[in-house]
Design a protein around this ligand. Structure first.
Ligand SMILES: Nc1ncnc2c1ncn2[C@@H]1O[C@H](COP(=O)(O)OP(=O)(O)OP(=O)(O)O)[C@@H](O)[C@H]1O
Length: 576
């Protein structure tokens, strides 16, 4: 079978079954004397099945646990959950299942600085692991855009699309991968009725193509409700009060004595019932549907009908996802280059802020390095220059990275690329920026403050600053990954760097440090960087610096001294 045949052949759908799913979280209760954690049950032993070729909506009032259920079934979250997930009759293999699903969340998984067509092409390149798309894949992209009514917006930036168009583009980029199961978290929230109807009708079309569509809906109109094949309704206490066909909902409620008023939206009515507006019926309903285990209201016949109509619907491809590191890397790098060329504010700040800082330092400490009488000030200037690089590098990464982390998490969860390719791309793409900004900073400082005019000394100082900057960036990235929050990142970064400034050998002399802390000097990157910079400036048999008579010390090159510690202590203890 050639690739084209494979792309138009439906390889069978997926039934997703879950049983006795519970989810509890730890909450802090202020009512208790000293507060303290308490377990709050969000989902209570719910069960059910989402069938292939069906679009199923999970509905319920706000906070009933719809997103929590979706997160667990998709495998996006597992912590705090109990229960079994069965895929086509077999226990779920999460890794394997992830390759067959797409999760489209409320937040767009879109790069705002890419056009609609670019977003589709990059998604297709990553999916096919190719840097060049062939005619067939271009046609496939056109077909998906036509189906989702986005063809006219091909050249519009994703960030400039309307809410409904963005939602449709989020779905379009995922369709490139042709997943068998698609999860949507509130795809209609924030859309007007027409756009919401358009999205729901598209979900139904996708189900008719053979996919399993599972989505949470916050507020559904009666007409939208009818477009779904099946409904799964949660009570405010996280139990199932209905599971079955959307068309059977009214009969189901009647069978327990609840008459939906004429002209009343059944979705609104069932939510009102679950909230207790017509008395407490939840217990009866949960028992009646056996907390989702009962299959009585699911009409299999209607499912078969959709199977028969699927050939008349657009068919999205099934293709093996083969991840090739270098191709992924090339595609990610080209994507980053396009985005950077359109969003250059961050790059400009990264280059111009260090440049301005170096001009300020340079003008304050003008030609200070030429005179032996200012050696101490020169050492302090070099120390502050290094600290400027440390702070700029650590903060730039810790603040920029969390912004990308959410998108990366979604793309990675949806199997767009491997983490290895992503992190390699981030590091490689930032390296030239780091080199340029540190290079400009170093050139200005070095020349303005009158450091020795020797290329090898300059290159050594430059290298020390680059290495220190990269280490600070790595620290910033680590903190960003661990805490994922700008405010916490800022505090944590400060509390890591500030104590390190003490152990750089400048603020506190090594010999004066209590023995218990002396090991910190061995692991302090600032101390090693500072030592390297001072060696570059004053070491390597540098001749004596001119020093006026009235100064007590004539500064000599320290290279002649026997050991590194002698050199350092000479520098610091002579008051230089
Ligand atoms: N990690 C958590 N810690 C504390 N509470 C949580 C946590 N995760 C979820 N919850 C709580 O669980 C309840 C269900 O959350 P969930 O997002 O699943 O509801 P939902 O039905 O999707 O709500 P909505 O329709 O408003 O989006 C909410 O009350 C939420 O505050």
């Amino acid at each position: 079978m050639d690739e084209r045949d494979e792309l138009v052949t439906d390889t069978g759908g997926i039934d997703v079954q879950f049983s006795d799913v519970s989810y509890s979280v730890t909450v802090w209760t202020p009512g208790r004397i000293f507060g303290g954690p308490e377990k709050k049950q969000i989902l209570r032993n719910v069960s059910g099945t989402f069938h292939k070729k069906q679009a199923c909506a999970i509905i319920g009032c706000s906070g009933s646990g719809k997103s929590s259920l979706l997160n667990f079934i998709s495998g996006y979250k597992t912590c705090g959950y109990k229960g079994d997930i069965i895929i086509n009759g077999q226990p779920r293999n999460r890794k394997h299942f992830m390759k067959q699903l797409s999760y489209i969340m409320q937040e767009d998984n879109l790069q705002p600085h890419l056009t609609v067509l670019e977003s589709m092409e990059i998604a297709s390149k990553l999916r096919n692991c190719t840097v060049q798309l062939d005619v067939y894949h271009k046609i496939l992209i056109k077909r998906i855009l036509d189906n989702l009514k986005l063809s006219e917006k091909e050249n519009t930036l994703a960030g400039n699309l309307s809410g409904g168009e963005r939602r449709r583009l989020s779905i379009a980029v995922e369709l490139i991968r042709n997943p068998k199961v698609m999860f949507f978290d509130e795809p209609t929230t924030g859309l007007d009725v027409v756009s919401a109807n358009c999205v729901v009708s598209m979900l139904r079309d996708l189900a008719n193509c053979g996919k399993t569509i599972i989505c949470t809906i916050h507020q559904a109109s009666a007409s939208q409700l009818q477009m779904f094949n099946a409904l799964y309704i949660l009570s405010p206490t996280g139990e199932c009060i209905y599971r079955g066909q959307s068309s059977s909902l009214i009969s189901y409620l009647s069978s327990v004595g609840l008459q939906c008023p004429l002209h009343h939206n059944p979705a609104d009515f069932v939510i009102e019932v679950s909230s207790g507006e017509y008395g407490d019926h939840n217990e009866t309903l949960v028992k009646y549907i056996n907390n989702g285990k009962s299959n009585d209201w699911n009409n299999k016949k209607s499912i078969e009908n959709y199977v028969q109509t699927q050939n008349h619907r657009p068919n999205y491809s099934q293709h093996k996802f083969i991840s090739k590191f270098f191709n992924e890397l090339r595609i990610l790098i080209s994507r980053t280059l396009i985005i950077s060329s359109r969003d250059s504010d961050f790059i400009r700040v990264r280059i111009f802020v260090p440049l301005l800082m170096s001009l300020l330092f340079g003008s304050v400490y003008l030609n200070i390095g030429k005179s032996g009488s200012f050696t101490r000030d020169n050492v302090i200037m070099l120390y502050f220059s290094m600290m400027a690089i440390v702070y700029l590098s650590a903060y730039s990464m810790s603040i920029k990275f969390p912004m990308e982390l959410l998108l990366m998490r979604l793309e990675y969860f949806n199997q767009w690329y491997s983490l290895r390719s992503y992190y390699t791309c981030v590091t490689l793409m930032d390296l030239p920026l780091q080199i340029i900004s540190t290079g400009l900073f170093c050139i200005v400082i070095y020349l303005m403050t009158g450091q020795p005019f020797e290329l090898f000394r300059f290159l050594m100082v430059f290298l020390m600053l680059i290495v220190t900057g990269l280490m600070s960036q790595a620290t910033g990235m680590l903190v960003a990954i661990l805490f994922k929050n700008f405010l916490i990142n800022t505090i944590v970064i400060s509390s890591i760097i500030l104590p390190m400034t003490i152990f750089a050998g400048i603020m506190l002399r090594i010999n004066d440090t209590p023995k218990i802390y002396s090991w910190i000097y061995d692991v302090s990157m600032l101390k090693h960087s500072m030592q390297g910079i001072l060696h570059a400036i004053y070491g390597f048999k540098r001749s004596a610096l001119p020093c006026p008579e009235d100064h007590r010390f004539t500064v000599v090159a320290i290279n002649g001294l026997k050991s590194r510690s002698d050199q350092m202590s000479t520098l610091f203890t002579t008051g230089v």
